[in-house]
Design a protein around this ligand. Structure first.
Ligand code: COA
Length: 160
């Protein structure tokens, strides 16, 4: 994926195996269980997108595959990567999260995945707004929702 710039302030690039510290930082923002999303970053199947401003990471969306034993919901699957996303508070509300997620879904389709999953607190309205906009639907859960977006071959997906 080429390095792109979608606004004067923020540009987007794919993650690399060297991005452990970046992923670790955003995993702490994204989840009360950050290790699930960051431990051994760069293992087979890890992929993601980083948003940068003035050369500094300001957000990230990434996804990884889990074995049955590590999947956090019975509706999960080792065939569908689970994603995490976070944006620094100063950069929220101006489309960075939406662009990160859109780019991640395109990457997932290009990698041949049929769907991407996630776990989100029902009270996380901002995250759910972004997820729903980009086609995620609740497939289970109550206080914490398990959501899934279908991803088409080549990176197409259904935005709401
Ligand atoms: C979720 C998160 C990544 C979104 O990033 P962002 O850059 O602010 O996202 P965007 O600006 O693209 O979009 C935010 C959307 O949320 C909506 N939103 C914000 N607060 C909201 C609220 N309280 N209720 C409903 N919608 C809300 C905005 O209206 C916007 O939707 P719109 O573009 O249709 O107007 C960011 O809030 C974040 O990092 N949160 C902390 C980490 C986190 O919770 N990660 C998800 C864990 S599952």
């Amino acid at each position: 994926m080429a390095y792109r710039q979608t606004s004067p302030m923020v540009s987007f690039r794919p993650t690399t195996a060297d991005d452990f510290l970046v992923i670790e930082r955003f995993a702490r923002l994204a989840s009360s269980n950050p290790g699930h999303y960051s431990e051994r970053w760069g293992r087979m199947g890890d992929f993601g997108v980083i948003a940068e401003s003035s050369g500094q990471p300001v957000g990230a969306a990434w996804a990884r595959l889990f074995a049955w034993s590590d999947i956090r919901d019975p509706l999960g699957s080792p065939q569908f990567p689970e994603l995490a996303i976070a944006v620094d508070s100063a950069f929220r509300g101006c489309g960075v999260g939406t662009t990160l997620l859109r780019e991640l879904l395109v990457a997932a389709g290009r990698l041949g995945y049929a769907a991407v999953d996630l776990l989100v607190e029902r009270s996380n309205f901002a995250a759910i707004a972004v997820y729903t906009k980009l086609g995620f639907k609740r497939v289970g859960g109550d206080a914490r929702l398990w959501m899934r977006a279908a991803v088409g071959a080549g990176g197409s997906f259904q935005e709401s």
